[in-house]
Design a binder for this molecule. Sequence first.
Ligand code: AGP
Length: 612
Amino acid sequence: MCGIVGFVGQREAAPILLDGLSRLEYRGYDSAGVAVVSPQKGIDVRKAKGRLQVLSDMLHGGADMQGRIGIGHTRWATHGAPNDVNSHPHLSEGGKFAVIHNGIIENYVEIKEFLINQGVHFRSETDTEVVAQLLEFYYNECHDFFDAVGRVLRRIEGAYALGMLCADCPDRIIAARKDAPLLIGYGEGENFIASDVTALLPYTREVTYMEDGEVAVLTTDGVAVYDALQQRIAKERCHIDWEVSSAEKGGYPHFMLKEIFEQPEALRRAISPRLKGGKVVFEDMKLTAEQIRAFSRVYIVACGSSYHVGMLGKYTLEHLTRRSVEVCLASEFRYSDPIVDDHTLVIVISQSGETLDTMAALREAKARGAYILSIVNVVGSSIARESDDVLYTWAGPEIAVATTKAYSTQLAVLDMIGLAFGEALGTVDGAEYAQVVSELEKLPEKMETVLAHHEDIQKFASEHFNHNSIFFIGRNLDYALGLEGSLKLKEISYIHSEAYASGELKHGTISLIEEGTLVVALGTYDKLFDKAMSNVVEVKARGADVLALTTESHRAEMEKTVSNVLTVPDTAAMLLPSLGVVPLQLFAYYVALQRGCDIDKPRNLAKSVTVE
Ligand code: AGP
């Protein structure tokens, strides 16, 4: 949440900052701002409520600001309404310091009161302004930028990625991190900070991820990183091999549509290197078969769509390993006094690798002795770094707020974990193992055939985009799939939607079904097809308009009752959700398109949720 970027070099900073922010806008889009500093004019701050384009137009693409060092911010509001005053960068009262911030300063009220008592005047309602004001307060005492930063960091509590400028030191940016993502990019005679590597792809691929407690001083000539004790430390650099084009729309009207269509390729990258000679082989996993056998408890912990992947994983892992698996929402897990010890495995799932709730749950589990195996998309992200083991999904950058290709690759990796664990425990049936491996190999191709029918879904969406409420029903794997279909729809189209286990309908929810209610009935799971049909009949009898999703082999049967039927190719039961999710993603996309929604940047949301 909130995107931050900083630049120091020989070029004009503002156009680079605006370009970097345009690649970070998915992190927050309530307002945007930039600050540049020059020896002659001091700090110049410009900011505007609304999308980045508003600011960019106001500054003529950055041409209106002069200075070769600067910081920029795109905001997801926490403290204070999204308006010009609350936008970052925040200036100290005397105009000496400008600050951008991602995170929350938890003790800001107390610091604000202290500073007000010292005669400081505040302009905004934000927690961040205290950092700028406190910097100036301490600087007036010590007259040293770095020292003042150290004093501020010792005083503030909470989570932060900070970029700071000082008018008296117009050659440097100081950056600091605690519990919010921040990385340093190294260029030729220029250096950068950013919340996310996508901001820097056109400028550099050499980066360092900052750790909690670290402070960095960036100048044109180099970057010095210090630990929490202000000792200079050496940092390892990583090379990022993502292409610039992978973070651009490439002719698609929206990132979401592009990412939906990228799924077969993303699946190939996630699956192929891990299948060898008919076996799942995780060369990138440290866990041994002996360790797997020693676990007495398994949790899957995640948020949002990643949690939905976990729900599907519960079904498959329990089936393949005959061990009980508990799936927990990360935000609940950490406060639930979880039963975790050193015989516990916690599988953490996160696309961004930066979700604060998930990170906090990971730390809670680790502190209690659990082994952490994470499934992450963003290489080098905080969750990846703090896990004992990490399996990357290799989905490439995902820009649209609504996740699609990350979900699919997470699911494939979790399915493969199920197979590998089942083999290690000797609980998986050999014939089933062979069938699933062979179907995993065909999965990308089968997904391409589902995508080829996107126009059928577009047509259906164009006839059904005006509902106030839509229900998704299904059993077992289809229920977990329905949760994801429902989240996708409400997230981007703002239509109220619920997903129910079909068997639960008669226990209350069926009272909501009336003439014309749209019900998306999921009946892909062969074993429960007849049960799914009974529920379809029940809702139809009460006047529901049904869109059914089933497999090719059940199409004819379904068409006897339902006129709108979508199908996916037959495959191994546990892989059906991987195909079934695609029509649901497309349905949500086309409904949102018809309703004129801002699909890639839905209201109130952000891609990477780094607040609690
Ligand atoms: C899904 O479309 C969402 N944008 C959201 O639910 C997301 O899956 C959740 O915030 C978790 O994010 P993560 O995978 O990056 O941890």
